[in-house]
Design a protein around this ligand. Sequence first.
Ligand code: PGA
Length: 252
Amino acid sequence: MKVVIANLKMNFVTAKECDQYLDTLNVAWKKYKNLDVVNLIVCPSTLFVERFAKKLPDGVILGGQDTFWKARGSFTGETSPESLKDASVKAVICGHSERRFNWHETDEQIECKVAAVIIQGMTAIVCVGETQEEREHEDTATVIAEQVTVALVRVSLEQLPKVIIAYEPRWAIGASITPTTQEIMQIRILIQKIIVKKYGAEALEKTTIIYGGSVTTALMDEVCVHAHMDGVLVGRESGNPLELLKMMDALV
Ligand code: PGA
């Protein structure tokens, strides 16, 4: 199953703004036909998760943008993965590059988040990607290999369908540049090799690998379809539901 993930970030900050977005999505969704081949996961900010749970169209999957790894306790300001599950969240972004960069999240912390999300029966959307500096030093493959390997430490073969790996080079996020089709394909192959080494060849069909970073409808062929990726993680453009549906169509 292909997937388009909308990361709304902190771009809709009032209930009114959320409702306008949901209204547009609901109208557009009525005309959408390819529900059995492409999933749409929408990740609002945590405060609006319950609002989205009530108002998302049937068939659209509710996602979270982040979680803490502990389920309960004295962790002021954090969100429990159990609370997300209780609020009908089905998938949670772990280790988005903005969290790695602004909050200095480490591979080990992200691994804890992945494990916590999966224990709750939700899907972990694991973001991996190199910085501009790492790219210039030709460290991309080493960095991605480390990030993927650590993120999957506690994930079993049976749990692998509960993981979506999103390749999101930091330098392409919120920018206007993207890697070439060839570069994205190479990362896909690298991630597949790590999966095969750890779980065996049978794991490949259980693995979902997507691309994220400056995705637009016009770029879908270049960054996703021709690179044989299983979908996209969309930031800025996800603010427009109509574009999301066009991206889903590009995957059919
Ligand atoms: P962008 O963000 O599409 O705005 O580059 C992608 C992301 O942050 O996941």
